[in-house]
Design a protein around this ligand. Sequence first.
Ligand code: GDP
Length: 600
Amino acid sequence: MEPDLTPKEEVVVEEPPVPIKSGATVKEVAESLGVGTPDVIKKLMELGEMATLTQTLSDEAIRSLADEFEKKVEMVHAADEVEEEPEYEDAGEDLVERPPVVTVMGHVDHGKTSLLDAIRETEVAAGEAGGITQHIGAYQVHHDGHKITFLDTPGHQAFTAMRARGAKVTDIAVIVVAADDGVMPQTVEAIDHAKAAEVPVMVAINKIDKEGADPNRVRGELAQQGLTPADWGGDTEFVDVSAKTKQGLDELLENLVTLAELEELKSNPNVEPSGTVIESRLDPGRGPVVSILVERGTLKQGDALVAGAHWGRVRAMHDFRGERVQEANPGDPVEVLGFDGVPEAGERVRAAENERKARQEANERANRLKTEALARRQGVRVSLEDVFARAQKGDLQELALVVKADVAGSLEALADEIAKLPQKEVTVNVIRDGVGGITESDVMLGAASDAVIIGFNVRPVGDARAVAEREGVEIRTYSVIYNVIDELRSAMEGMLAPEEIETTVGTAEIRATFKASRVGTIAGCYVTDGTIRRGGTARLVRDGTIIYTGRIASLRRFQDDVREVTSGLECGVVLENYADVKEGDVIEVFETRQVERELE
Ligand code: GDP
């Protein structure tokens, strides 16, 4: 039979949707829809919203309006456009030297804060800066006619949190190690974080005034971490200092100036100002107080600014001495009054043409962030699942990993196996490896470096899991080395098998243990989350390390055997064939199921 080709209905030519910028005003929406502004305002009133001409509208309001006028719209978000700042063509002569921005990192109590204070005091002593200095997130000192900017929130946590938001403000990291204590876990962490950020590093061996100080031993320990002193033929500058006696501080500053000169840090002060928020807070008397590190251009009083979802006009600026200033140059930190709220540290700050534009851009960003937050709940930055696809598209050349394991032996075995993986499409870069549970610091490093976290016989500890969800960092845990390597290889070849999704059914904390002659050791537990089930698969976790995986053999409430116990209740648990339970251990009951990989 011949197919019937006559149209049954009139063919309606669909009009293409009208693009409207997220955060558009009533007037702009009316223009885009091709209707009169009074009509728009009237419709809005019918929809229960009183609006003026210049008011910006939410995405939902714009969509409802379009429906009312029987038009199709397509919301254009800032995210869809290129968010990058324009590439300025800097003529060589416009570029001037800018101060380096220095972050101090190291193990707790090794003297980071004392060192920052001592450096600040040398400046006061030299008569360069009289009077009180204010905490605005950074300060500056002079050395031989050069300025140096120090971020005064020490530690790699702040550094990496900023980097996770895309900010890269630090030019040089100073790793502080106490001469009487040597390399400690957070020293290693700090080195890993600085390396992952590809920031040049120098070392300050502090507390050399102390009895028992052994700077040479510390040099040896650091050499083992890949930081070989320059006078041993390596390429890391070391300085012996004492924050207490102020010995060696001049030499430290001297080295920073030299390092900065090598880095050729330059910037153009004659372009539109931009920079990064380094701190912000709400002051009860002065409103939002935002510390900005100026990176390009010259920030002046009266400038209109956008920082993330916030905007403002520079009403007043103060430097770290608390003095009012009219302008700030590249590399200078200033405290700015006049924002409408408190943008997060690490947020980019940009000048806008005028206040209206600033407000509109900020509103657009606010809408976009809402959408992004929704999207983030479903997505992760980098997942093993999409490594291959992204490599093919050319937007991922390297798979960054943070690897944590229960013991040094398994870490070594993993490193050996990972090194053997064929790296044709993607190369693997282990940016941090260590023994112990997966910490918040590991997760933040993963966020800052778009890394996937591999846990071998270890679990996330503290808030690590929640932070990973918030930051969109993938954590994969394993208990067989072969599985780690197999999955990595498959991921890199784009052949990752159906994923085994693990869901935690319940967690309980062991609060006491009892010996019972018949069953062995009973763990007196408090169920902190979900449900604990008899017969369920469980693992015993001590300090983030898995020490047993098996079944819940017996579950009791008071004297009675029960099938399950829910959160908030106490119970007695006996693990199958396992008696070495201790107070403080955590029992996790979990289920696994296979899910097919989602096809794009
Ligand atoms: P942070 O945790 O790294 O910021 O360390 P702090 O700056 O708080 O210093 C920890 C402790 O070490 C404090 O009691 C300081 O007084 C002391 N300290 C810091 N630097 C020196 C130093 O150069 N010599 C001596 N003797 N003690 C120091």
